[in-house]
Design a protein around this ligand. Sequence first.
Ligand code: SF4
Length: 178
Amino acid sequence: MRRTLLESLTHGPLTEPALAPDRAALAELAKSVERAARAKLGRTLSIRQVDAGSCNGCELEIHALSNAFYDLERFGLRFAASPRHADVLLVTGPVTKNMREALLRTYNATPDPKWVVAVGACAADGGIFAGSYAVTGGVKDVIPVDLHIRGCPPSPTELLKGLLALLETTSGRAAKAK
Ligand code: SF4
C-alpha cells in the first residue's frame, strides 16, 4: 500500500495526452450551423434531446456541446426543455418498449417543420441492444428520421457536422407519426 501511494505521488497519471484542440475549426463549424439555421428558420436552432434507452455514452458527448470548451450557446444554438420549443429532436439509444410511447408523444408535440436526428449506433438499428426483449428497434422503427449520426458514441464535432449537413440538405417534416 505504501509503495502504491509513493508510486502515485512520483508518477504521472497513466492516461494518454489529450489531442490538441482545433478551436478555430470548431468555431467555424458552429458558426456554419448558426448561419444555416438562420437561413432556413430565420433564427437560431433549438434542440430537444430524447434518451430513448441509451447507455448514456451518447448523452455525455451531447452534454459536452454545452461545456466550457465547445460552448454551443455562444453561437445561439440551444437545448430546449420542452419539445414544443424545439426544431430538432436529437434521439439517442435503441428505443426501449418503455420509451416508445414517450418518443411518439415527444415527436407529435414538436411543432412543424421539424427534424429528427438519430444519434449513435444504437439509435440507427438497436446497436448492441438489438434483439433484446426490452427493445423495439432503432429510432426509424418508431418515428421518421432525417439523419443518422453514426458512432459509439459520436464526438461533439461529429454531432456539429451532422447538424450542419441536416440544415443544408433537408427542409423539415410536417407529418405526424402514429
Ligand atoms: S451508441 Fe454506444 S454510446 Fe451510444 S447509447 Fe449505444 S452503446 Fe451507448
